[in-house]
Structures are given as C-alpha cells and as structure tokens.
Design a protein around this ligand. Structure first.
Ligand SMILES: Nc1nc2c(c(=O)[nH]1)N[C@H]1C(S)=C(S)[C@@H](COP(=O)(O)OP(=O)(O)OC[C@H]3O[C@@H](n4cnc5c(=O)[nH]c(N)nc54)[C@H](O)[C@@H]3O)O[C@H]1N2
Ligand SMILES: Nc1nc2c(c(=O)[nH]1)N[C@H]1C(S)=C(S)[C@@H](COP(=O)(O)OP(=O)(O)OC[C@H]3O[C@@H](n4cnc5c(=O)[nH]c(N)nc54)[C@H](O)[C@@H]3O)O[C@H]1N2
Ligand SMILES: [Mo]
Length: 893
C-alpha cells in the first residue's frame, strides 16, 4: 500500500489529506510538530491563553473527500444535445436551455468548438462580445484562483468584465466610509490585536447579526471558537441581536433580542436616545473626535425635521423589542466595557444586506463611537479576528495584485484587458434582456469613496453588446437575486453561446451549450496562506482570524477524477487554440507557478523549496514580545496611526472621512449625493422598500431572512455532500426528496394551520419554494428563516420558472438594489407568504435530470474511476442518493 499525506486549504480551512494507493481515505486537521514555532501567549486577568497545537478546520472542510468523489461531479466535457453550430449564431434552440439533455464530447471537440465560437463572435462583434464571470468564492490557492488563472486568460483574450457587488459588506461598503472612512477595508473595521484587548478588558459582547460558530469556519476554520469560550470563562456576558436565535446564540447568549428584520437602525437610534437623555456617553471623546454630533443628537431627541423623538417606545413599535429591554440594553452597554459588531468580521452580517443596510452600518458605528471607540475594552470587535501575528512576514493573499499570476512580479508580463465596457453582476440578466443598463460604482470601491459615484452605462458608447457568456461556476441560481431572471436570460437568443466550467453540476450548468469539467484543488498543485484574503481593497491581515499564520503547499493528492482537468489546463488549451498559449503560460507548469510564489515572497528566506514541499507547510511564528497595534487606539489617544494597514491621512492622526473625524452628518454624502433617499447625510432609520410598512405586506406579511448556511459554504457543499441532508436541522426527506427546512414561529404556524414537519410553501410574486416547516420559538414572530445562498436548484419543471423543491430560496429575493445610488444587494428585505402545502407531492424524478447529465458512465474508460469509488465505499453513498431520488410513495422519514 502506498500511503501519502498531503496538505491543502479549502474554504473551510486547512486540511491534511491521507491517501492510500491514490485514493483519498481521510481528511484530518493539521497537527503541528515539535519543530514548528511556539504559539503566542496572552496574559489576561490572571490567566494565560495559548492556542492548541493543531490547525482546526471547520466541519465543512471535513467533507472534502465526499466533494471530490461526489455523485454530482461533472465528469466529461458535454455539449447540449440540440445545440446547432449555425454560422450566424441564430437558431440554436436557446429556448430549450435548461431542459435539453447533453451528449458526451471529447476534450478536443469541446475545446475546438469553444475556440471557434470565440473567434467567430469576436470577429463579428468585437472583443467585448465575450463576457465571463466567477462566483465570489473559489477553491483556495493562489495559482488556480479566479483573480489569477481566470483573470489572466480573459484579460489576454479581451472581454467585457463583470464587476462583483461587495456582497459580504454591502451596507458597510456603501455606508460606513461616510462615517469613519475605511473605504480601503470596504467599510470594515480594523481589529488589530483586539483579541488581547478583549481578553484583558471587555465585560459585554454585542453580537449583532452574528453567528460566528456558523460563519467563521469560512476561511479561518474553527480557530476562534476557542477564543470565545475563553471570554465566557472570564465571565464576559454575550448579547445576541438577531431575528433568529442562531446556533452561537443558543449556545452562548446571556440574552437574545429578536428584532423584526431590517429594523435594527431604529434600535440603534433608541439606544442613542437613552444615552443622550441619561448623559451616559463619552462626552469628552465626542467633543474631540466627532463631527456635527449635536445636529444628529437633536434629530434623535425629536428636534429634527421629522419631530419624532427616537424613544425606546418608538423603537419597540418598529422592532417588536419591549421598550424596557431596549433601555436595559442601553444601560448595560454604557456601564460596562463593551465590544461587538455586526456579522462575521464586525462589518458584515445579514443586517447589512437589507434595504436599510447602509443606515444600520453607520448608526452602529456611531454607537461604538459614543462609548469611546478605541479605548481599552471599547471597540468594534466581533470575537473572530485580531489574534497576534508577525506583521513582518509577507506571503500574500488572493486579492493582492502582487500575488496573482495575472500580474508581475509573479508573471513576467502583466495581462491587460483591452475592453473598458463592464457589466454589474446582480444586473447581468437585466442588461442582456433589456439591452441597456446603467449603474453607479465600481463594484468593490476600495480605491476611494469617490469610486462609489462613478457612472456606468451598458453598452458603452461605440461598443457592441454581449453575445457569449462563459460562466465559471454555476451557483447564481442559489446566490444571486430574483434568480428566475437568470433563467429568462439563459433562454434568450441574445446569448448565442454559453459555456459553463465548474467542478460540480450546479444550477446554471444545465443552461450551457458546452460544459467543461474542472477538477478540485486536491487534484492539482497550488499554494496559499490560510485565511489571507489580501490587501487589494479587501480586509488586509485577515489571517488574524486564525491562531496560526501558516502557508501551505497544496500538493496534488490524487490525479484529476474522470476526465476533469485543472482550470489552468483548460484555459491554456483554449489559449493555445487562439494563438496565445505561450503568452498565457510563459512556459510554466502549475508547479512552476507555485514556486514563483515561494520565490517572490518572504517564504524563500525562511525555508527552502525542497523542505517546504516535503513538509507541506510553513508556520510563521509570533515573537515572544510581538509588536502590538491596537485597532483605533491611535485615534482614541491622538497619535499617528500605527496599525499595519494605514493610509497617509491616518499618519496625520485622521480618519479617512472628509473631516478626518467620525462624521455624524456626512460631508461626503452632502457633497456627492445630497438627495439620495436611501442614504441621507444624517443616517436614519428608514422604512424598507420591501418591509412591513409596504403595501405589499398586506399580501405578503412575512419577512424572509436567508442567512449564510450553517450546513454549507454557499452552494459548494450541501449540493454535493448528501450526508448533510441527513441533518434534521438542514433537510428532511419526503418522498425521496431532501427538502430544505424553513423556520416559522409557533403563533404564526398555528394561524396558518402548519405543524412541525409539514410541507410549507414559501411564495411571493417572484416564485415559490417548497420547504419543510420547523415550528420554533427561535424565530421572531414575523420572520421566516431559511438558509440562503445554498439551495440545490431543482425546479419541478426543468428549465422553467416553476416551483422549486431544492430549497433555492434566492428565487424569492428582490432584484432591487438598496438604493438608486447604492448598488448593494438586499436579500434580507424579502416579503412573502407561506401556506401548508397540500398539493400533489412533486415527483422527485426531476432530480434524475441532474444525475443523467452528470453520471452517465456510458464509456468503458470510466471503469477505472468507478472501481476506485466502489472499492472504498463511495458506491454506497451513490446508491443511496439514487435510491432516495427514485423512491416514491411513503415518506422516507
Ligand atoms: N439570500 C442570500 N444570498 C446571498 C447572500 C445572503 O446572505 N443571502 N450572501 C451573498 C454573499 S456574501 C456571497 S459571498 C455570495 C456567494 O455566492 P457565490 O460566490 O456565487 O457562491 P458559491 O457557492 O461559493 O459559488 C462558487 C462557485 O464556483 C465554483 N467553483 C469553486 N471552485 C472552483 C474552481 O476551482 N474551479 C471552477 N471552475 N469552479 C469553482 C463552485 O462550484 C460554485 O459553483 O452569495 C451572496 N448571496
Ligand atoms: N458555514 C458557512 N460559513 C460562511 C459562509 C457560508 O456560506 N457558510 N459564507 C462566508 C461568507 S462569503 C460571508 S460574507 C460570511 C457572512 O457572514 P455574516 O454576514 O455574518 O453572515 P449572515 O449569515 O448573513 O448573517 C449573520 C446573522 O444575521 C442575521 N440577520 C439576518 N437579517 C437580520 C436583520 O435584519 N437584523 C439582525 N439583527 N440580524 C439579521 C441572520 O439570522 C444570521 O444569523 O460568512 C462566511 N462564512
Ligand atoms: Mo460573502
């Protein structure tokens, strides 16, 4: 037996992969050895805290074996059965996309077709006729990353780029810079060294729209769970504010507040009201550091244009939280050292993805400012970041332009896109279907606040429209908005040619003319530093979400399965056919590129290439007396900024706002957008355009919230890992189909005649999704909770905008953006109604479509892979999946 242990990083953290005879047997945490450096020690309140000597993956990472051998891997290149390669691109049966079957093709046939179509289309309409887009997330590794390999190929080709919306940060990106700058962190905060500050000083933690045990596993693994247990052991009290009593809250909360979704800004205003009327805020700090505070205070006290005092009673009417509780919360916050924040990094959270997201973000920051933000134990810090690190060791994260194979110095030549026309991701279907679209912003606006106000128009004057879509990943049915519009777009003959390149057969794959099977990052070489997302307009030093700073050689654990190939190989092949193969690869293999990252970073000074690739990882130790740079301390104490990610303004002791102070009346909004109704110069609570005050609420009385899935990383795991479907809080089998669980309050369930375990239809004017009801006091009364951005897209009538039985709740979300000038997504501002579903139980055979498309083992060549799988128990999973799909009659429960 040939046994091997290799290492990798996935979206759920680092893993060690045990293989035997070329087959993955186990996925394990990485356990450090005696040669690795010692961990940091934080001394706090008479105790010492140090991390365990292993690197802890999130549980989603432990599914990597299942994901590699999944039943829904795309195994061969495929071409739509009724696709006709007409010379003018017309009459290609576009309307059948989504329901047509596929035939297996050879790689040569598929790649030749793709190259021919690119040539034809670009010769006819110009370079801009091709557009392409990845998801927000990607398998980990700097070589294969979307900003590396994908970007290199498409920039060299020339194409209409699709700008991502800052989906994780929305309200913070578009709101927070107008209060405290930090546009270069997309409105997120700086949490440097706040783990130590928290352990030493904090008394109360406000976990606002935050479920860290669920979400922090993304990127950092489960490292920070232990830190929050340490805080518990020190007697710190935790307050959770979330319409759903989420998993971390159930485990940890001393108190849970369940506001009506999208009304948190009113809660902020009332907390401020209590502090102002009781005099319990830091007046000296405000006098020194705040701009136009008094005007805002007047507004809170009812002396503003609306003449309404923002009393706890006023907030009770909006949020549903009793006024006495609001007062108690405000008083505890003011009388104890309090830290906290919104969502996974303090500047995220489902609440920032609502129609009121910018206003909440600004008001929440203002509250922390009122208590002296930056003083010991008083800060925005969500208990998930801010571990000590060696700031002098640089390896590079995926958003660093210096760490992408699209650019120098990793490549000899930087790839430059010659097309300036752009599309905006949430509105790609609108642009294609209407032929015209206008929007504000640059997607991610890390380069400056002014970028938020740039105007774009599609098509750009003098440019042609897009006629080819190369979709890399297939998740948008489950992760974008009002997603049935993507169905309509795919069926439009405006798109003459559609390619889908993914690892698993996700929702959009079935709308492609050609499907190209990529392999997982366990089947190719790569390199990456755990949790380092880089400095390219994101949040620098995100590795502080992790206890160990660790760079990993992502060795190839197994050969690509079936006929899948690495994305690099696929792009190199097409580049070859289009005449820029050599320019694309610069003669390098993927392993050669990995070595470039070692060579061009500090890693080469620390460990030889041979030792690094042999051991598989390198841990950068933290010096015993590490440099401390507490987030915001410099500002609170009035010295030039010393945190590692500073800007010139901060060296002068100023914030990145117009005035350099915390702006309670925003000068940047007064300057650029004085009439913007969604985001006013004074941040205020505003009724949602889709909320309980809307006329629509008469018909659709419930708020749907669709947070990030506890049992998935967006669409990447649930769909391909059937054992997740056995978790009763995730899915419940009925008639062989694993239905997503949606949660409803007992009072409302009774009114609707719905019992726990009943089939419950979620519906509004945009579509309907059939779920299984969980009747629970864990949701606020007016809320329906169902994990979003993860559904298995499974319409009963394939290819149509019909009822879905896969839990694809993003079908129900509004396509409307936060404001006319605020192009953020707001999936948590969705109204709908529910009913007990008593219609015919859908025939789960429609799943067969997917299986047929991916699992046809017609060719005997497939045998070797099949043997691998059968020899190691995967056949059982496979059989089970099939049986459950096919089972009819009695419910499987
Ligand atoms: N309702 C609702 N919707 C939301 C959100 C919400 O809170 N609620 N949150 C939003 C947020 S913050 C985010 S980040 C987005 C996430 O939305 P997406 O980024 O769209 O979601 P993923 O499922 O991560 O999509 C990744 C896709 O890329 C593919 N892929 C991964 N690695 C590779 C690779 O190496 N090669 C190839 N070829 N393909 C690969 C995967 O198979 C998958 O199809 O969802 C957003 N949507
Ligand atoms: N397991 C897992 N982990 C992940 C991800 C994943 O898909 N799965 N995705 C990763 C990504 S890309 C990101 S951006 C982060 C996202 O991290 P977050 O933005 O923090 O995650 P969410 O789940 O959207 O929001 C957190 C909480 O907000 C609550 N919430 C929703 N609406 C409201 C509201 O109106 N008011 C209040 N007070 N609370 C509200 C939800 O119930 C949820 O418990 O997570 C990352 N980690
Ligand atoms: Mo995200």
């Amino acid at each position: 037996m040939a046994e091997k242990i290799t290492h990798s990083v996935c979206v759920g953290g680092p893993i060690a992969i045990h293989t035997v005879d070329g087959v993955i047997r186990r996925i394990r945490p990485i356990v450090l050895d005696d040669n690795d450096p010692k961990g940091w020690v934080i001394k706090a309140r008479g105790k010492e805290f140090t991390p365990d000597r292993k690197v802890k993956p999130a549980f989603i990472a432990l599914t990597e074996k299942n994901r590699a051998y999944s039943y829904d891997r795309i195994r061969y290149p495929m071409i739509r059965e009724d696709f006709v390669e007409t010379p003018d691109g017309k009459n290609r049966n576009a309307e059948n996309r989504g329901k047509s079957g596929y035939r297996r093709a050879t790689w040569d046939e598929a790649l030749d077709l793709v190259a021919r179509e690119i040539k034809r289309l670009q010769a006819t309409y110009g370079k801009e006729t091709v557009t392409a887009c990845t998801g927000s997330h990607h398998s980990w590794g700097l070589v294969g990353y979307k900003l590396s390999t994908f970007a290199r190929f498409f920039r060299m080709l020339g194409y209409t780029e699709i700008k991502d919306n800052p989906d994780s940060w929305e309200g913070f990106t578009w709101g927070a810079p107008h209060t405290y700058g930090y546009y270069w962190r997309l409105g997120g905060t700086e949490a440097f060294d706040l783990l130590e500050d928290g352990l030493q000083n904090v008394e109360t933690m406000i976990m606002w729209s935050h479920d860290p045990d669920t979400t922090r596993g993304g990127y950092a693994g489960s490292e920070s769970t232990l830190w929050r247990h340490w805080l518990n052991d020190l007697g710190v009290q935790f307050i959770y504010i979330d319409p759903y009593n989420n998993f971390s809250s159930v485990k940890q909360a001393d108190k849970w507040f369940g506001p009506r979704p999208g009304t948190d800004a009113a809660l902020c205003e009332a907390i401020a009201y209590v502090w102002i009327t009781e005099g319990s805020y830091d007046k000296d700090y405000i006098a020194k550091h705040a701009h136009r505070f008094d005007e805002w205070a007047d507004y809170i006290l009812g002396k503003g244009v609306d003449k309404t005092a923002k009393t706890p009673k006023y907030a009770e009417a909006e949020t549903g939280i009793p006024a006495a509780d609001i007062k108690a919360l405000a008083r505890r916050w003011a009388s104890t050292k309090t830290m906290g924040g919104s969502g996974m990094r303090g500047g995220f959270g489902g609440v920032c993805r609502t129609a009121n997201g910018t206003e909440f973000a600004r008001l929440m920051i203002q509250l922390f400012v009122m208590q002296g933000m930056g003083k010991p134990g008083q800060n925005i810090w969500a208990g998930t970041t801010g571990a000590p690190m060696d700031y002098n060791f640089w390896f590079g994260g995926y958003s660093d332009p210096l760490s992408q194979i699209a650019n120098q110095p990793i490549a000899d030549k930087t790839a430059v896109n010659c097309v300036i026309q752009k599309l905006y991701r949430p509105n790609v279907p609108d642009a294609i279907l209407d032929g015209h679209y206008e929007w504000y912003g640059e997607g991610f606006c890390g380069g400056g606040i002014d970028l938020e106000f740039t105007e774009h128009i599609y098509p750009e004057p003098g440019y042609n429209k897009v006629h080819m879509f190369w979709r890399y990943g297939g998740c948008f049915m489950g992760t974008m908005l009002d997603t049935n519009k993507w169905v309509k777009m795919y069926k439009s003959p405006e798109l003459e040619f559609v390619v889908n390149q993914d690892i698993h057969f996700h929702g959009e794959a079935r709308f492609a003319d050609v499907i190209l099977p990529a392999c997982t990052n366990l089947e190719r070489y790569d390199i990456g530093e755990l949790c380092n997302s880089g400095n390219g307009g994101y949040q620098s030093h995100s590795q502080t979400g992790n206890s160990w700073q660790i760079v990993i050689f992502q060795d190839k654990a197994i050969e690509p399965l079936w006929e899948s190939r690495s994305d690099y190989w696929i792009f190199a092949q097409v580049a070859e056919r289009l005449g820029f193969g050599q320019e694309f690869s610069e003669g390098r293999t993927e392993l050669d590129w990995c070595k470039r990252f070692w060579e061009k970073s500090d890693l080469c000074e620390k460990i030889s290439w041979e030792d690094f690739t042999k051991k598989g990882y390198y841990v950068a130790g933290v010096p015993e007396e590490w440099e401390r740079h507490f987030g915001f301390r410099w500002f609170a104490e009035g010295y030039p900024c010393d945190t590692p990610n500073h800007k010139p303004c901060q060296e002068e002791g100023k914030l990145g706002t117009f005035t350099g102070k915390f702006e309670f009346v925003s000068e940047s909004l007064l300057y650029w957008a004085p009439n913007d109704e969604a985001r006013t110069p004074i941040a205020t609570y505003k009724h949602s355009w889709e909320g309980h005050h809307s006329i629509k609420a008469r018909k659709y009385p419930f708020h749907l919230i669709t947070p990030h899935p506890r049992f998935d990383y967006h669409t990447q795991h649930n769909e391909s890992t059937p054992w997740f479907w056995e978790i009763p809080e995730n899915r419940v089998y009925i008639n062989g189909n694993p239905y997503l669980v949606a949660r409803i309050h007992p009072k409302k369930a009774a009114e609707k005649g719905i019992k726990d375990g009943d089939m419950m239809l979620l519906f509004n004017e945009r579509g309907s999704v059939l779920c299984v009801a969980r009747v629970t006091y864990r949701v606020e009364e007016n809320t329906i909770h169902a994990y979003g951005s993860s559904g298995i897209y499974n319409p009963v009538d394939p290819g149509e905008t019909s009822m879905d039985i896969g839990g694809c709740v993003n079908i129900l979300s509004p396509g409307r953006l936060i404001g006319d000038m605020v192009p953020g997504m707001a999936p948590n501002s969705t109204l709908l109604d529910v009913c007990k579903y008593e219609g015919p139980i859908p025939d789960s055979q429609c799943f067969e479509y997917k299986l047929d498309a991916v699992a046809k083992d017609a060719d005997p060549d497939a045998e070797s892979c099949k043997e691998i799988i059968e020899g190691h128990g995967f056949e059982k999973i496979q059989a089970k999946v099939r049986a459950s799909y096919l089972k009819k009659g009695a419910a499987a429960r």
